[in-house]
Design a binder for this molecule. Sequence first.
Ligand SMILES: [Zn+2]
Length: 56
Amino acid sequence: MPLYEYKCYNCEKIFIVAMTLSERQRGATVQCPGCDSKDVRQLISPFIAKTASKTA
Ligand SMILES: [Zn+2]
């Protein structure tokens, strides 16, 4: 399942959400686990690439 990194604009918490592609396409609502705010934005963060460069 792909992981998406989100930031809450209410409490500025950054959190990871595991979501299937179909859930994402349906526009599943993401809520902050810290304050239950829906004022969250997805971060375009290539954190998958970080693990790949570590072995170099
Ligand atoms: Zn929050």
